[in-house]
Design a protein around this ligand. Sequence first.
Ligand SMILES: C[S@@+](CC[C@H](N)C(=O)[O-])C[C@H]1O[C@@H](n2cnc3c(N)ncnc32)[C@H](O)[C@@H]1O
Length: 282
Amino acid sequence: MNLGKYEIIQQKAGFHSIRDTSSGEIMHSVTEPMTESIELYVKQLNLEKELMSPSDAELVIWDVGLGAATNAMATILECEKIRISNGAVRPLHIVSFENDLDSFRLAILNPSLFPHVRHKAPVSILENAHWLSDDGLCRWTLLEGDFQTHVGSAPAPDCIYYDMYSLATNEWLWSSRLFSQIIDLCVSKKPKLITYSVSTQIRSALLAAGFYVGYGVGTGPKTETTIAFNSLDAISEGVKLLGPEWLAKWERSTAKTSKSIDDVEREEIERRVREHRQFVAR
Ligand SMILES: C[S@@+](CC[C@H](N)C(=O)[O-])C[C@H]1O[C@@H](n2cnc3c(N)ncnc32)[C@H](O)[C@@H]1O
């Protein structure tokens, strides 16, 4: 079944994914979508610990690239389990960004293939761009349109699920300039930014923007992903930061930075990576 530029495909392992036919990008292509969302995003955020925190400030998650809402719904479903088992009462607010809702609509039209949409929340988000749980402790907001246009109006995040299409499809969304804008919007918080990508260019852009960048968990056949923090004291326990081994590999790489930036910007990004406290202070 198709909707707009999206189609549903069945993977060899049996699960279904949504493919953007214009770019060829597939959402959650290598691992069963809910499993990947939980392993990569929900567990690395440490949702249970965050919700159990005595703070009554909302835990704000930016869901960058709503897509079929797998990451958002994985978070909501896990949150519901945690509230039942632990009585956690810290409020949760998921803010999703999306500029094309057709993949979400396609998932909603096919609940047997995407069971995570069998919940009141997705339809409410589609109709009202907002959902509030019956206990009032979990809310979900959709900011429809271009991420960069809306990012300034979102509440500062405690965690960013950065699940955008790859560099090949939209380099700007992985640029040092955009990551700098994100880091500036987060000064009042200590967020972690989690992404599936292991690209050298993307890690370099995060470092140049000022993030401390570490090795994220592997999921499925991937042995690692990327997790980034805006300050040294924000780094999660157990995370290994990229070290001299990565920097040496980066120095040898022909893809240190984007090919589409000018020499001045390239030199500035390379200087910031080499002089990053993450490498100097170790
Ligand atoms: C990899 S998919 C996200 C998958 C999703 N997180 C999930 O769990 O199903 C990336 C999504 O980002 C959206 N996107 C791409 N460029 C965007 C932009 N500039 N602003 C907002 N959303 C964008 C795409 O339409 C697509 O739905």
